[in-house]
Ligand binder design. Structure first.
Ligand code: ARG
Length: 396
């Protein structure tokens, strides 16, 4: 048997290599998907081999992640439960895609992941696999094995010479990519307690942020960011640069209670510097160029779209259909937004587009107004008519 394992380099998946070999008498091919974790790739490759992998694939998927997974979510305005910008959730369907590619190349019979049975990620991995490669068996070692705690896993690792002393130990479970960081476990599991400052990995606190505001100007082309402060940059570079600038200014910290798909509520800490800035800019530009009805209808779509991402339904027919709608709305979402970043705040202070629907002559309260105010009278009369009729009847 041959198994392709989604390998992260952490304790769970390192132990999983050995466990899979033994339990299934299998060869294990590790697949490390680089979506911007910022880890030492060499060390990860070495660790996989030392843990018993027959082969390791390291794939740089950063640009693909941003272009094909993050930007559609950005254009949709996808936010789960008003706060979660879906960074972890968006990376899963891409990792699945890569796993399927390698499994085909290596003629694997099964795929495996290191998710627990309590979270959303097992759903995203397995539903993704079922959709893209229904013939492959799904294995979830962490759900199956009898290692009940981190301590027991460490003991298992020692017994089998799995090099976990190089595995970075943190009191938190951290999942990082270019769109943001998810932090769980440890002291943050008590939702009544404010997280320690050391929980945060890439953002400064508002107190420690600079006392002077930073201005950034971002240009969007058809709903996607294309320039930062006048410079054309790759999608990945724009996101990286904004993570840096946003992080320094304390932008994008989230502390929330979240409804998992499996029914559990959990306390989550997130950091989304670039994502927060780009979502803000995008929304601002849309409110300049979209007509009211499209804009409001799109808000309904955004809610559903965020659920599809969160629930592991990225490769579903509905998601594809919604993309068609969203892309149609983005054809004129082109223009500039100027933002002021200051101590955790990120506020648009200027916007400009050749597709702008703003008409100064109509909106102005100055003498130059071309709007015929008499039109208002008839409009109001008809708009309020049903309510007037009802009120008159009530008086009778
Ligand atoms: N709750 C988030 C989600 O379901 C994040 C999960 C992150 N995983 C982790 N190991 N911290 O998408």
């Amino acid at each position: 048997m041959k198994i392709a394992l989604a390998y992260s380099g952490g304790l769970d998946t390192s132990v999983a290599i050995r466990w899979l070999k033994e339990k299934y008498n299998a060869k294990v091919i590790c697949v490390y998907a680089d979506v911007g974790q910022g880890e030492d790739i060499n060390a990860i490759e070495k660790r996989a081999i030392a843990s018993g992998a027959s082969k390791v694939y390291v794939s740089d998927l950063k640009e693909k992640f941003i272009k094909e997974f993050v930007f559609p979510a950005l254009k949709a305005g996808a936010v789960y439960e008003q706060k979660y910008l879906l960074a972890t959730a968006l990376s899963r369907p891409l990792i699945v895609w890569e796993l399927v590619r390698v499994a085909a190349l290596e003629k694997c019979d099964a795929v495996a992941h290191g998710c627990t049975g309590k979270g959303n990620d097992q759903v995203r991995f397995e539903v993704g696999m079922m959709t893209l490669a229904p013939h492959l068996k799904n294995i979830a070692p962490v759900r199956e094995w009898e290692l009940a705690s981190r301590e027991e896993e460490i003991e298992y690792a020692h017994k089998h010479n799995i090099p976990i002393n190089v595995t970075k130990k943190s009191p938190y479970s951290i999942d990082k990519n270019l769109w943001g960081i998810s932090i769980e476990c440890g002291t943050i599991e008590d939702p009544s307690v404010e997280p320690d400052e050391n929980v945060y990995q890439i953002t400064k606190s508002a107190q420690d942020a600079p006392d002077k505001p930073t201005y950034v100007e971002i240009y969007f082309n058809k709903g996607e960011p294309a320039k930062l402060n006048g410079k054309t940059l790759s999608s990945t570079d724009i996101v990286c640069k904004l993570n840096e600038i946003g992080g320094i200014n304390g932008i994008g910290r989230v502390d929330m209670m979240e409804n998992r798909l499996v029914g559990i509520k959990s306390r989550e800490i997130y950091e989304f510097p670039a994502a927060t800035i780009l979502m803000n800019v995008h929304r601002e530009l849309e409110s300049l160029v979209l007509d009211r009805e499209t804009m409001h209808y799109k808000e309904l779509i955004a809610q559903k779209y965020s659920e599809l991402i969160y629930y592991g339904l990225w490769y579903s027919p509905l998601k594809k259909a919604l993309d068609a709608f969203i892309n149609q709305t983005q054809k004129e979402v082109t223009g500039f937004v100027r933002l002021k970043l200051y101590k955790g705040m990120c506020n648009p202070v200027g916007r400009k587009s050749s597709y702008s629907l703003y008409n100064l002559n109509l909106a102005t309260y100055e003498k130059s107004s071309t709007f015929d105010q008499r039109l208002g009278e008839g409009f109001v009369k008809l708009w309020g008519l049903p309510y007037k009729i009802k009120a008159l009847r009530r008086r009778k």
